[in-house]
Design a protein. Structure first.
Length: 278
């Protein structure tokens, strides 16, 4: 797979990755749905045996398909950094269950996320929501798909005043969070508790604009590619180019089409969004 355009072998790899993700969901994730006790990690997020089992299964299946270094959410920071350093020519990036809190409580918004990255950018992305049996996937330069049907998010979209937003208030800068809470420019907002699904819902036109103050690599690696290939626009709070800066934490400003993005970004700028990257 390369930036010059995927070939037949690349298309076959995408199908194989989708099949691997679906199999891991069936074998390791769904049998444990609502049946596992979580424990809290140092960063405050939850971890279960399902996360660990799914990560191990994905590592085995993906590296068998293409023997690249592997970064998973449930690895130590030192392990992740070592794999990243080795993976500039090819790197698997995985969130085995994005939305673990939902998963443990019986809330069906959770997903398995896989990206293949080259040169620090995603070239293949797969996000699978097993409860709904929705498989989102994209390849660089080949478009985005949901269960085999092409996704295009860049068609007519509502004005910002009529838009539905995903806003992660927990991590957005305080100034813009206060402005949004006091006088939101959109009609309503949602937060699913699964960043990877939020990207995909934006790509599918189910929501219109998105703001997040700081996503981890495995939160955005697959979903950002799916949105871009569907025709959406994404940047960070600090830069018009999304793929700049360090990979480990990245803010998100996005919309389902470029025109709506311009309006959304202008509102954020006018309301003195503090610069926020780590």
């Amino acid at each position: 797979m390369n930036y010059g355009g995927p070939d037949v072998a690349d298309l076959a790899l995408t199908a194989e990755v989708c099949a691997a993700v679906r199999a891991v969901a069936a074998e390791e994730v769904m049998p444990r749905y609502r049946k596992v006790d979580p424990r809290r990690k140092a960063d405050g997020s939850l971890l279960t045996e399902a996360d660990l089992a799914a990560q191990a299964a994905l590592a085995g299946r993906l590296t068998a398909l293409a023997p690249h270094p592997f970064v998973g959410e449930e690895m130590t920071a030192a392990e992740q950094e070592a794999q990243w350093a080795r993976g500039q020519d090819g790197l698997w990036c995985v969130d085995p269950i994005d939305g673990t809190s939902n998963f443990t409580r019986g809330v069906p918004y959770f997903a398995l996320s896989v990206a293949l990255m080259r040169g620090g950018r995603s070239v293949l992305g797969v996000v699978y929501a097993p409860f709904f049996d929705e498989m989102f996937h994209a390849q660089f330069g080949r478009g985005a798909f949901l269960n085999g049907e092409a996704l295009r998010s860049d068609g007519p979209a509502p004005e910002l005043a009529s838009a539905m937003a995903h806003v992660d208030f927990k991590r957005v800068p305080k100034g813009v969070g206060a402005a949004l809470a006091a006088r939101p420019p959109y009609c309503s907002h949602r937060s699913l508790g699964s960043a990877t699904l939020e990207w995909c819902y934006l790509a599918a036109g189910r929501i219109d604009v998105y703001l997040h103050g700081g996503q981890k690599l495995w939160d955005y690696a697959a979903g950002s590619l799916i949105l871009s290939e569907a025709g959406g626009r994404v940047t960070t709070l600090d830069d018009d180019e999304f793929w700049t800066g360090g990979p480990w934490t990245r803010s998100v400003v996005a919309a389902r089409n470029p025109a709506l993005y311009d309006t959304w970004r202008r509102w954020l700028t006018e309301h003195d969004t503090p610069r926020h990257e780590s």
